[in-house]
Design a binder for this molecule. Structure first.
Ligand code: SF4
Ligand code: SF4
Length: 145
């Protein structure tokens, strides 16, 4: 369903289900909390996550998360769940109350590329010591430990 035909929650009629108007947005990623980074090594791990693409790091209400964009393989052509009776508990307990249907994807912080997380680290941490290995690179890199 294109966004131009998005039905507003407030316009749902009695008995209508929001999911019937959705392209299964909540089934197209997973996210989990991660430790808040404090060191260059911590940020280097986050940079590595983001180098893989189809991932982002966000901060919501003080908690850091890794988000991986990957469609569940059981989304059907009509956007319904193909294993509805056997779907995982996390899917069973999820509700439309605060779901992604009309989520504006606004977070306290959002990092979508390795360059963004590295520049954030540069603003936060003491300068990295330049080594002969990273001389000439666009950004200073972490020396091997
Ligand atoms: S719970 Fe929300 S995001 Fe998930 S399919 Fe239903 S309307 Fe879409
Ligand atoms: S198992 Fe079903 S409800 Fe759960 S993520 Fe996959 S398609 Fe969505």
């Amino acid at each position: 369903m294109s966004s131009s035909t998005l039905v507003r929650r407030a316009d749902l009629k009695a008995g209508e289900v929001l999911c019937d108007h959705c392209t299964a947005r909540c089934c197209r990623y997973f996210a989990f909390p991660i430790d808040e980074p404090h060191s260059w090594q911590d940020f280097d791990y986050l940079r590595w996550f983001l180098l893989h693409g189809r991932a982002s790091v966000f901060v919501d209400e003080g908690t850091w998360y890794l988000m991986v964009f990957a469609d569940c393989k059981h989304i059907q052509e009509d956007f319904r769940c193909g294993i509805y009776q056997d779907r995982p508990m996390i899917c069973r307990t999820y509700t439309t109350d605060n779901c992604e249907y009309d989520n504006d994807a606004c977070y306290d912080k959002l990092f979508e590329s390795p360059e963004q997380i590295w520049e954030y680290a540069q603003a936060l941490l003491p300068p990295l010591r330049q080594t002969s290995a990273d001389r000439g690179t666009a950004l200073p890199v972490l020396a091997s430990l």
